[in-house]
Each structure stands twice: as structure tokens, then as C-alpha cells.
Design a protein around this ligand. Sequence first.
Ligand code: TRP
Length: 328
Amino acid sequence: MEKVVSGIRPTGNLHLGNYFGAVRSFVAMQDKYQCMFFIADWHSLTTHPKPEDIQQSARTILAEYLACGLDPKKAPIYVQSDVRETIELYLYLNMNMYLGELERVTTFKEKARQQPDNVNAGLLTYPTLMAADILQHRANWVPVGKDQEQNMEMARKCARRFNNIYGVEFFPEPQNFYFSDQAVKIPGLDGSGKMGKSEGNCIYLRDDDKTITKKVMRAVTDNGPQEPNSQRPDVIENLFTFLRIVSTPDTYQYFDEKWNDCTLRYGDLKKQIAADLVAVVAPIREKIEYYSANTELLDQIAREGAEVARESARATLNEVRRIIGFRV
Ligand code: TRP
């Protein structure tokens, strides 16, 4: 079976955009591939987080992914820093990566601009660490967003170069698996195109029913339909996108007809969306609360995941050491 590996940045809480994007595709993939997921806490060191926040951020994101349906029995989930084997591969791969090409990576240039006082070597070799994450399991597929294209190109370069230098066919070149091709893009409810953390317009999976309802009821609208069967402006189409995602087809059709004959009242539409959205989010939130209150269970899941990951990494590393010429 083909292997899938993906890293998750431990940056805060999941919102609906994440849920209907990456998270749901991870959940779907665990039934079709041999998947492994991990929380990229080493990568987060490039911005120097506080020691007391490191474990907490990992637990938070772990609780949320589990609540969304990641099943450690199907796909081990581990914390990157628990699998120290990765670092050895990272070192070997770094020997074959060149300063010039690492400096040309857009995300590096962007980060260097954002944090000019902290342009550290970890930032520069971020793509190598990511390549090590992937290649240590000899993964075939990596579910990523478009923003990771260049990092994935670097991972393939690492694989290719290693194979060429040593004249082996050892690492498969990991391919991008674009979940955005199937995922539903969640619009913002503030009139902006997209729901995102930097847009500050998120509905979080941790939001309680009242907060969700309030956020939906505040959604930007216009003066209402003016002519029968007219095209919907973006802000209204955004509401219908929500309806399509969280409500039944009948409900969608009902409001679509109301729009078309100009009898739609936005208040009713929003109430419907809020109620149906709450029905989706509330059970997930309850699971998040369950896992968050149970750190022992979370740590146990991460420990078991790390064991599987370590075994897989060690097997790869033994071969790599042999190929390079080291004792195994
Ligand atoms: N760079 C990824 C991101 O910013 C996170 C990540 C780290 C990753 N290592 C990975 C993703 C390995 C896929 C595979 O989202």
C-alpha cells in the first residue's frame, strides 16, 4: 500500500477552513493509504517559542485532530521531537543541499523579511528537515497546500540527489497530494474571500454554540434580492456556500428558491446556517473537550505513534548508513 506522511504545524486552534480542508482529507486518507501524521514541533523552533508552551501546543492540536476523526489505530500520530532518528537523516541530507538553492526558497525569503533579527540556520534548512520527515518513511504521497509546493520540490530534490550520488534507487520521490482539489473552500463571513487566521474571521471548532451563532448572525449581507433569478453577489453566495456544506439539499433548495423569487430574508437564512453549523461543530467540540481534559490519553497516543514512527525511521536509517558507508 502506498505511504502517506504529513506534518501539522502546532499553531493554535483549528477553524472551519482547516476542518473542511486539510483535516477532513487526512481523515479520508487514513482508510485508503498507510498514513502517518505528526506534529511538527521542531519546525516551530525557528520562531523561538517559550519552553512552557511547546508541549501544550502539541497536545492542543493533537486533541483537535483526534476529535475530528484521526484514528491512531489506522494512522499513527506522533510528535516530531519524539523521533530523534529524523535528525540523523536531516544531517545527511543537509550535506547534499546547497546554500544558494536554500536561500532561493520563497518561504525562507519571506521569513527572513518577517524576522530580520532571527534569520537562523534552522530557517534556512527548514526544507531539509521537512524532507527528512518525509523520506525517513519513504513516503509516496504528502498531502499539502499550494504554499508547500517549493518545500516539496526540495524534498524530491533531496531524494533524487541522494539516489544519484550513491547510485541507488532508495528514496521514492514523494508526490504532492493536493487536498485543495477536493476540499471545499470556506469563505469568510466578513465579506472577504476566505476564512483564515490572518483574516481574523474564523469560526473555531472550539467555539461554543452561542459564539458560533453570533458569528453567523453578524455575517455581512446586502439589501436583499432586487430582481427574480438574479446572480448572487459574493457575500450572499458565501452564505449559500455554508448552506451547501452544512445543511441538507432540501434546505439549500428552499432558500435558493426564496432568493430567486425575491422573498429571502437573510435573518432566516443565517438562523438556519447557524443551527446546522452548530449541529456539525458541537459534537466535535465535545470530543476536543474530552481529549483536552485527558492529557494522559493524549500522551499515550503520541507515545504509541512515536514507537511506530521510530521503527519505520530506524529501518530507513540503517539502509542510509549502509549506503553512505557507515557502520550499522
Ligand atoms: N511545512 C509544513 C507546513 O508549514 C509542515 C510540515 C513539516 C510538513 N514537515 C512536513 C508537511 C512534512 C508535510 C510533510 O504546513
